[in-house]
Write a protein of this length. Structure first.
Length: 273
């Protein structure tokens, strides 16, 4: 039996992972903004309300979970939210919230769990990012900024904590049928962007009725199973690209990025031998 600590456990991938773990007999410390949404679940379940943007609350809940449950094998950082709008359209408040939920919150969660993982001799940190941490699209600049940012943090973290027996994995799903979009932060459209790609994004979101993933190719049950299986892989896989759409988009983005490298130009700025 393993013990998992999960944020964003009440919906989407976090909910699917929680359900599968409980059915398999594992113990889950499940947290959500409103943990009452987990009351229908049964099994070896510990719950707590948690707003990941509240750093003191993160530290308190993490401390209570480790204190009451003892060893926690896997920390699954899954809470997140999307923001839509051209960079100029986004309010200061929307920018601050997006960074707090998707970047600062996960960073502070990692910082809160590390002392406990070190003390117990190791563990696993799994972070849900997105294929949007490798690609980008107009109208979602802050969302991509937050996801690229958390991956940069985790890339640096992984070799820091590997000698301590702590593995780090980034989960990069494509579009998954999770109801993503119902809680989007949507900026007020500006007329100047109506005929631009950012304006097209606004119209697409409005036409979706809040359900951006209703026909998405990704199966949340299969994504959850892949996340759970990754925890048993040693050494920890650095990334899980999940979904055929994610594979194609990420591969194309990486190929394009490599194609932008000019070795002659790069070498031309060195000091002469």
């Amino acid at each position: 039996m393993a013990t998992w600590f999960i944020t964003g456990a009440s919906a989407g991938i976090g909910r699917a992972v929680t359900e599968q773990l409980l059915r398999a007999g594992h113990r889950v410390a499940a947290t959500a903004g409103d943990a009452s949404r987990l009351k229908d679940l049964s099994g070896n379940l510990w719950t707590a309300d948690l707003d990941v943007t509240d750093t003191e609350a993160v530290r308190d809940v993490v401390s209570r979970a480790f204190g009451e449950l003892g060893r926690i094998d896997v920390v699954f950082s899954n809470a997140g939210r999307g923001a839509v709008g051209a960079a100029e359209e986004l309010s200061d408040e929307a920018i601050a919230e997006q960074i707090a939920v998707n970047l600062t919150g996960p960073i502070q969660l990692v910082r809160a769990v590390l002392p406990h993982l070190r003390a117990q001799g190791g563990g696993r940190i799994i972070q849900t990012t997105t294929m949007g941490a490798q690609i980008s699209s107009p109208g979602a600049s802050l969302y991509h900024s937050s996801k690229w940012g958390i991956e940069g943090f985790l890339e640096s973290l992984a070799p820091e904590v590997a000698p301590l027996g702590i593995g780090v994995t980034m989960v990069e799903p494509g579009s998954v049928r999770t109801g993503f979009g119902a809680a989007l932060s949507i900026a007020e459209p500006m007329a100047a962007y109506a005929g631009t790609p950012a304006g097209q994004v606004h119209r697409y979101v409005a036409a979706s009725g809040g359900n951006l993933t209703g026909s998405a190719p990704g199966d949340p049950v299969k994504v959850a199973a892949a996340v759970i299986a990754s925890a048993a892989v040693d050494p920890a896989p650095r990334r899980l690209v999940l979904g055929s759409d994610a594979y194609q988009a990420v591969r194309a983005a990486l190929d394009a990025r490599l194609g932008e490298l000019d070795p002659a130009l790069a070498a031309s700025t060195d000091f002469a031998a």
